[in-house]
Design a protein around this ligand. Structure first.
Ligand SMILES: [Cu+2]
Length: 196
């Protein structure tokens, strides 16, 4: 993935540098401005860009999280960030509880496949709420901001323990700001209920 990213970056950087060199060189001998050709090219450029934008939107819009927006979530989990910890709860978290180090909150395990809506806020400064998979790849993320509730929807396809890390440099101990989320299979959740 890193190799792909650096390759794409290098290709774009080369194209951008080539355009700069071309423009810088063509500016040396201004000559007569061919007004007719300039106007025609401008229309072609506008049409070309508009068409590319429409095609790009057609292929990428369905990939955004919005198609889930109409559905009611199976579960709502409240999240509050503070320097330097996250609190997750099945009930809304008051500012006092968010700031109190003695108050411990937790959530019931999530079932794989459920549509989860995280309602994320912060008690002091802006933090990031970033869920990783076990391989260390980012699954989804948003900011945790004081005074705002950001909604983040996600469906965990597999059971497991998912690390959550702060994604925003929020202070000197930012790197210690982490928690985790347990996701269980439907079968495991049902047997846990049955054994009670
Ligand atoms: Cu942080």
């Amino acid at each position: 993935m890193q190799t792909l990213a650096i390759t794409i970056f290098l290709i774009w950087a080369t194209i951008t540098a080539a355009i700069f060199v071309f423009v810088a060189r063509s500016g040396r001998s201004p000559g007569e401005l061919p007004l007719k050709a300039y106007k025609r090219n401008r229309i072609f450029a506008l049409l070309g860009l508009s068409m590319s934008a429409i095609v790009l939107l057609y292929f990428t819009l369905p990939l955004t999280p919005y198609p889930d927006e109409g559905a009611a979530p199976d579960r709502v989990i409240y999240v509050s960030g503070k320097q330097f910890a996250f609190k997750l709860s099945d009930k809304p978290i008051s500012r006092e509880d968010a700031l109190d180090d003695e108050v411990f909150l937790s959530t019931k395990p999530i079932q794989a496949g459920e549509l989860i809506e995280f309602r994320i806020s912060a008690a002091d400064v802006t933090h990031g709420f970033c869920i990783y998979d076990r391989a260390g790849r980012v699954l989804t993320q948003t900011q945790a901001m004081p005074g705002y509730v950001n909604r983040l929807r996600h469906r965990f396809s597999e059971s497991g323990v998912y690390p959550i890390l702060c994604f925003e440099l929020c202070g000197i101990q930012h790197y210690t700001m982490k928690t985790q989320l347990e996701v269980v299979d439907n079968a495991t959740a049902l047997s846990a209920v049955a054994s009670k």
